[in-house]
Design a protein. Structure first.
Length: 249
């Protein structure tokens, strides 16, 4: 069942999402050669606490940290480590969520470390654009898979591929609610979109093939062919006036 949110609830989710967006923006400025993924998660946790928010991922199904840090071929759910130093030419996805007063916010972005290859920046750009193509379909009267299809069409036209194993999701009083939102599929399928739906849309896009595997740490998902992967996510609310992106600072 997809839980519709009242305007009051959407404002509570927006409050959490704004904190997430602000912290992601500040983290992006800290991502320079030499920073460790450990440093990044420490900062995210400290800033969240200072802003009156509780990090949502730490302890979620046993995830050990506040921030997911996924470098290069890592797709999602990378675990921060003191040993993982980012270097010039890397791309790193940072995925963060908080809860304030019982309502969750969730967003992610992929950051280039210094100068990266043209292919890496094309991948990041296509992934970010595909998120916005998907969001543009989050309109009353459309169906859920219109979002999915718009994302897939955008990235496949650029010869990138869509990860199948991980999907976007509803969000509100839970971090992950119904519906699941795949980033691929034919248009015109699934639930009819209604005002009051709040969705975390999050394309994960690979440079090479779509297949992924999970490493022995049981969290880190990587591309099977070890090609690069990028990830962008916004939490949005569907309103009678179109999609409202909540995860902006
Ligand atoms: Mg999410």
């Amino acid at each position: 069942m997809i839980i519709l949110k009242s305007k009051r609830e959407i404002e509570k989710i927006r409050k959490s999402c704004r904190v997430v967006a602000e912290i992601l923006a500040r983290l992006a400025e800290e991502i320079v050669p030499g920073v460790t993924t450990w440093d990044l998660t420490q900062m995210s946790e400290e800033w969240a606490t200072r802003l009156g928010a509780v990090p949502a991922f730490k302890g979620y199904h046993g995830f050990p940290h506040a921030l997911c840090t996924s470098v290069n071929e890592e797709v999602v759910h990378g675990i921060p480590s003191r040993e993982r130093t980012v270097k010039e030419g890397d791309i790193i996805s940072i995925d963060f969520g908080v809860v304030i007063d019982g309502y969750y916010g969730d967003a992610a972005l992929t950051v280039a470390v210094g100068r990266v290859s043209d292919e890496a920046s094309r991948l990041c750009e296509a992934t970010r654009e595909s998120l916005h193509q998907g969001i543009a379909q989050a309109r009353v009267g459309n169906r859920l898979s219109d979002i999915s299809h718009a994302i897939q069409a955008h990235v496949e036209a650029r010869n990138f591929s869509v990860v199948r194993e991980f999907v976007g999701h509803g969000i509100g009083r839970e971090l992950h609610e119904s519906p699941q939102i795949p980033n691929y599929g034919p248009p015109g399928r699934g639930a009819k979109l209604k005002a009051g739906m709040v969705l975390a849309i999050e394309p994960m896009i690979n440079q090479g093939g779509p297949e992924v595997e999970v490493l022995e740490d049981r969290w880190t998902a990587v591309t099977l062919d070890r090609s690069l992967s990028a990830h962008f996510e916004h939490t949005i609310a569907i309103t009678d006036n179109g999609p409202d992106i909540l995860s902006v600072a």
